[in-house]
Design a protein around this ligand. Sequence first.
Ligand code: MN
Length: 292
Amino acid sequence: MATVGDMNVRRLLPLRLRRSIGAWCFVDHYGPMSVDGVGVGSTGAMAVPPHPHIGLQTVTWLFAGNVLHRDSLGSEQMIRPGQLNLMTSGRGIAHAEESPAHRDPQLHGVQLWVALPDASRFTAPAFEHHAQLPFMGSDGFKITVFMGCLTGTCSPATTFSHLVGAQLVASRDVNTHLSVNPDFEHAVFVADGAARVAGAELTPGALMYLPTGRLGIPMAAPMGTTLLLLGGVPLGEPLLMWWNFVARTPHEMTAAVADWRDGKFGEVGGYVGEPLKAPPLRADLLVRRDRG
Ligand code: MN
């Protein structure tokens, strides 16, 4: 478990020996939790103050509840289950995410990061919201593709490498062999329920890694189970990840910290409260390298 503000999160990626899966380099799974501020164990709300990003895309996907996004481009966007908020930091952006004042009592979702490949990581910052995403039925799964492509069904979201991000919901008891791109490595995890995936029992908090070369993934899950499938062509680039930055060199990291301190990422309007301060930059964090 890790914490983000008041929230406990299941940090499924990066792992010590597996830094990325395709270009996916960060997976936090949170909830379901009460955010009505009154229930036992209620956190009150999600409240992630303004903070900067470089070198990545943030992918916000909800299973329940609602979250309000604001960024330094002036974007302000509510997101609900089944919708995608995609923020491309490129060379630099700042954002805040919080529970809106009028909100659903439960919150359940994931915060995912996609590393930008070297050729694209200084692209202009951008934000997009997709209220409608393509979905398909497959052997009892309702599959929504929110990033990239799965068996010819493609999300309209902007991507910078060949990848997939999809939600699978079992609309009945499912026992199937899900076709996947053999050029991709994949991660599968359960958001709600339990499933048997490629011979292993999965419950929330576990992430299964599947290397390239597979034409399909055996999956069995009772009705109501929700899974996420993430995958992509192995990035093949060493990533330097620290705090909210994905870079390649220690110098880029220290420059980003200085730029945030000096206000060069721009302001996030509308958030009540102080922006996050970067933690002290530790020397040992700057020599860690991608081993995945
Ligand atoms: Mn963020």
